[in-house]
Design a protein around this ligand. Structure first.
Ligand code: SF4
Ligand code: SF4
Ligand code: SF4
Length: 250
């Protein structure tokens, strides 16, 4: 193409002007609409809109439903959750999540991951504070009354079961369809750390029927109750011999 042919013609200019008028027409239409249908805004913070119960605001917790599995801590993409010790007359000395809401992006993953729905997404969004310390929500401050719709439930399908795009769906935490803990008996030294750590009491030390050649005491291996297990991986993390691993359901 020659350079002369690449110059704008009169028709091109007219077409471009037409495009400008087209978008201005939309703006003008909205201007008229906004002028007639006044007011378009509310006098926040004196006036407030009513938000639906599934509005995604700050996370909230129901303390007595929490089992201290720390799955919320592991899933948080912003790493703003930490397990901290608290003491209450009802629960005694326990660990519960604390959230730095200044770093929270309200994604709701913590509530999605929580196996007991103790963590929820609440419609609370007015979190501005004068200093950063006030943005740290300890477990007591993090509490929020539960309302249906605050918890995050989901259903999922397994890739391995997808045939022609269709597959059976399972509910969140379906014990038949979640990952399982696998023991490598050769590595296990029967220290029982996994059983002591498990927050759900899913591990029982069961005798294998063999005696330890040195101590002559029965050898015990952990036995896992899959229905109770919430796959928090705490047993895997505390095992000093790396005898436990996760078998994923895919
Ligand atoms: S809502 Fe998301 S970012 Fe906020 S604490 Fe939960 S997982 Fe972390
Ligand atoms: S995932 Fe749920 S049950 Fe587990 S520590 Fe977090 S809030 Fe508690
Ligand atoms: S068996 Fe292991 S993964 Fe399952 S709940 Fe207990 S500590 Fe967590």
């Amino acid at each position: 193409m020659r350079i002369e042919d690449m110059r704008y013609t009169k028709a091109d200019h007219l077409r471009a002007t037409g495009y400008i008028f087209k978008s201005m027409k939309v703006t003008f239409k909205n201007l008229v609409r906004a002028t007639v249908n006044r007011p378009c805004t509310i006098l926040y913070p004196w006036e407030k809109l009513v938000y639906p119960d599934n509005y995604r605001g700050r996370p909230g917790i129901v303390l007595d439903k929490c089992i201290a599995c720390a799955r919320c801590v592991k899933i948080c993409p912003n790493q703003c959750i930490e397990m901290v010790p608290i003491e209450t007359p009802e629960l005694g000395k326990v660990k519960r999540p604390q959230i730095n809401v200044a770093r929270c992006m309200m994604c709701g993953y913590c509530a999605e991951e929580c196996p007991t729905n103790a963590m929820m997404v609440t419609p609370e969004f007015e979190l501005a504070a004068y200093n950063r310390a006030d943005m740290m929500f300890d477990p007591i401050k993090l509490q929020h009354p539960h309302k249906p719709g605050y918890e995050v439930n989901y259903s999922f399908a397994l890739i391995s079961e997808m045939k022609g795009g269709a597959a059976k769906t399972y509910a969140k935490n379906d014990p038949e369809m979640h990952d399982t803990i696998v023991l490598d008996g050769v590595k296990c030294i029967s220290c029982q750390r996994c059983a002591k750590t498990c927050p759900t009491g899913s591990i029982e030390m069961a005798e294998t029927g063999e005696l330890n050649p040195k101590t002559k005491k029965p050898i015990k291996w952990p036995k896992f109750d899959n229905a109770k297990c919430v796959v928090c991986e705490q047993c895997v993390e505390v095992c000093p011999k790396d005898a436990l691993s996760i078998k994923e359901v895919l």
